[in-house]
Design a protein around this ligand. Structure first.
Ligand code: JFH
Length: 249
């Protein structure tokens, strides 16, 4: 899969892409991520990418020409991308499903805005979709672009070493993680739940499922609203709810 990122801060984007799972995937040729400096696509001596908003008001807006020229250059060199993503606080909320969908596309472009945003014509006639990573404002599109690249990369076959763990993330979606422990079994008086040391695999599985349900009920009851739970989970959840009523914890 190829991903082109267009930004005025290429170093801010390249650095994080060198590390961890994404860095390894690029090194192994599973992902081809190219980061472009938007200023390389200006035509004036001062490489200006922003301008004042028509109609007045505070702040600056990214000019359309450099962004259109950057995508033209990407098309000339790498062919037409299947998606041109604009990150913005006004976009649709980026989801697990978006990450999986985008990972099936051979070529995606991500445009990073800055200042107060981009000229509306970029939104209307260059971007094919506008995505937000959440309901808070960050200072530009670079961090959202990195979040999207990372989440998409995890769905590209071979990127996450353990294929099962990606499948588990999908399967368990709708439930939060169970608590995890590693050695030592006792640390500063804090011990690991004995069932995890028991070697009883069926019991460990039941405990983990129950813990995942408990945590979800406590922190994200909205996730349990649907009718997607299986019979065994419904039974465990019913038990947890009854215990809760008695005031146990
Ligand atoms: C970005 C920025 C807009 C003004 C809410 C009402 C008024 C600052 C490009 C995505 C998510 C972003 C994001 C993505 C791209 C850009 C900064 C934009 C306003 C804000 C102020 C510039 C921010 N999920 N959060 N932030 N900015 N708006």
């Amino acid at each position: 899969m190829r991903i082109d990122v267009v930004t005025i801060f290429p170093k801010m984007v390249r650095g994080p892409l060198e590390e961890g799972i994404v860095g390894r995937a690029i090194g192994r040729g599973l992902l081809d991520v190219r980061v472009h400096d938007l200023r390389d696509h200006t035509t004036d001596r001062h490489r200006v990418v922003d301008d004042v908003p028509f109609g007045g008001g505070p702040g600056m807006v990214l000019k359309p020409e450099p962004l259109f020229r950057a995508v033209d250059a990407i098309r000339e060199e790498g062919g037409a991308p299947q998606a041109v993503i604009l990150t913005s606080p006004d976009g649709a909320r980026f989801s697990h499903e978006d990450a999986e969908r985008l990972s099936r596309l051979p070529h995606v472009v991500v445009l990073c805005g800055r200042y107060e945003g981009v000229d509306e014509r970029v939104r209307l006639h260059l971007a094919t979709e506008e995505l937000s990573i959440g309901d808070y404002v960050v200072s530009g599109g670079e961090l959202p672009a990195l979040v999207i690249v990372d989440a998409v990369a995890r769905f590209v076959p071979g990127v996450v070493g353990d294929e099962d763990s990606v499948a588990r993330d999908t399967f368990a979606r709708g439930l939060l993680d169970f608590a995890q422990y590693t050695r030592p079994a006792e640390f500063r008086g804090m011990s690991v739940p004995p069932v995890l040391l028991s070697g009883h695999h069926a019991e460990i599985e039941r405990w983990r499922r129950r813990e995942a349900l408990r945590r979800t009920l406590e922190r994200r009851p909205d996730l349990l609203d649907g009718d997607r739970l299986e019979a065994e989970d419904r039974r465990l959840l019913q038990e947890l709810l009854e215990q809760g009523e008695k005031g146990a914890q």
